[in-house]
Design a binder for this molecule. Structure first.
Ligand SMILES: Cc1cc2nc3c(=O)[nH]c(=O)nc-3n(C[C@H](O)[C@H](O)[C@H](O)COP(=O)(O)OP(=O)(O)OC[C@H]3O[C@@H](n4cnc5c(N)ncnc54)[C@H](O)[C@@H]3O)c2cc1C
Length: 360
């Protein structure tokens, strides 16, 4: 066995799993395909729902420092887990080097995303400290073995071709909303396709913008609109179908609303904001019909955490909490204890069995 616990994904969920595992004496190896931990957090300028944190880049830096201090966790950046296999006595994870990793630039309040310096290669097998850029030096198809694995690979962006309600998108450059340069959208009308979370993030991070956001979204996105609805700059349009016109400046789109009304939307620019889909490695990670990977449906040696679990509860704090729970689940399993959060066997005194981790 290479370690007590393998962790796939170095977002808030995977990092929380690593420190929780260390707190109960478990050694872990954390595999992250990017060249830095917590890339998603670096794109969130303002955070208002995480205790003790107000900025994504600052939180990412704090987490990175916590992992650097965590002697029982080895972080492997620039490696992608491609296959998870579950056996009676172990799990095996196949890991490939990532050929090119786009460097991360933290996004601070009022800044657009941009690219920075190129990635440097490292020597094969050399341990990588969090934050250090790495290249493609690991052997192809390395297999790591451990008693348990935490899978916390989050979600990836949905493309326009995956949105059945959109037409006329082929060959059209539609950047994601979170990449929008605030200066380029100020005082403009912006057509936003989909009502996913980045809309809220952009609006909250840039109260100074005089942008008019026309947000066309399918009925199944309705629950995502509640947070943004009070913002006077936003017009929400629930649509069954949106068909782009041929021009690009201005952008025009024919829509059929959920009420059956036909309208033409006109905007200066258009951005994608369709949301995301789970991105687990192949193999033993079990997905439900929605593609998400609920913890309760996994192989007894596989624990899922973070955004990968469900379309709901996709937040930093819940990712961290579930990562910690996943690591404790592996710990309890290694002690032959029940791993669920409720309904385990009771003691004769009527209370739950004692916590071998001692709550520490
Ligand atoms: C624009 C935006 C704004 C947001 N704003 C907020 C907010 O204000 N507050 C809030 O609470 N939440 C917010 N969120 C949600 C929050 O970012 C997520 O809930 C959180 O990051 C989920 O953590 P995670 O660890 O599950 O996944 P992620 O943060 O996505 O981390 C998963 C990691 O796994 C890695 N990975 C994926 N596949 C593999 C593989 N095969 N092998 C190795 N590594 C892999 C990825 O590179 C990534 O680093 C926002 C999200 C977005 C997109």
């Amino acid at each position: 066995m290479d370690t007590d616990l393998l962790i796939i994904g170095g977002g808030p969920a995977g990092c929380a799993a690593a420190v929780m595992a260390a707190s109960v004496g478990m050694r872990s190896v954390l595999i992250e395909s990017d060249d830095a931990l917590c890339r998603a957090l670096r794109r969130i300028p303002v955070v208002s729902n995480v205790l003790g944190a107000t900025s994504g880049p600052d939180l990412a830096a704090t987490i990175e420092a916590d992992l650097a201090r965590c002697d029982l966790c080895r972080v492997e950046l620039g490696r992608r887990a491609t296959l998870v296999e579950g056996f009676d006595d172990r799990v095996e994870v196949t890991v490939e080097p990532v050929e090119s990793v786009e460097p991360v630039k933290p996004v601070r309040l009022g800044e657009p995303v941009g690219s920075v310096k190129p990635v440097e290669p490292t020597e094969p097998g050399k341990p990588v400290k969090p934050g250090k850029p790495v290249g493609s030096a690991w052997a192809r198809g390395s297999r790591l073995t451990a008693p348990y694995v935490v899978v916390a690979t989050g979600v990836g962006p949905l493309g326009p071709e995956e949105a059945g309600w959109l037409g006329g998108v082929a060959g059209r450059a539609l950047p994601p909303l979170w990449e929008a340069d605030p200066a380029a959208i100020d005082d403009r009308t912006v057509l936003v396709l989909g009502a996913d979370r980045p809309l809220c993030t952009v609006a909250r991070a840039h109260p100074e913008l005089r942008t008019r956001f026309v947000v066309a979204y399918p009925p199944e996105d309705a629950y995502k609109t509640e947070e943004i609805r009070p913002d006077a700059r936003v017009e929400l349009v629930a649509v069954r179908r949106l068909e782009f016109g041929s021009g690009s400046a201005p952008v025009t789109a024919e829509i059929r609303t959920v009420e059956g009304e036909r309208r033409t939307l006109t905007a200066d620019l258009a951005f994608l904001n369709l949301g995301s889909a789970p991105a687990p490695p192949a193999g033993a990670v079990v997905a439900d019909r929605s593609g998400y990977c609920p913890p309760g449906r996994q192989h007894p040696r596989v624990f899922t955490a973070g955004d990968l679990r469900s379309a709901r509860f996709q937040r930093i704090a819940t990712a961290m909490g579930s990562g910690g729970e996943a690591a404790l689940g592996a710990y309890y399993a290694s002690r032959g204890q029940p791993t669920g959060t409720g309904g385990g066997p009771s003691t004769e005194m009527g209370g739950p069995p004692p916590d071998p981790a001692g709550g520490g």
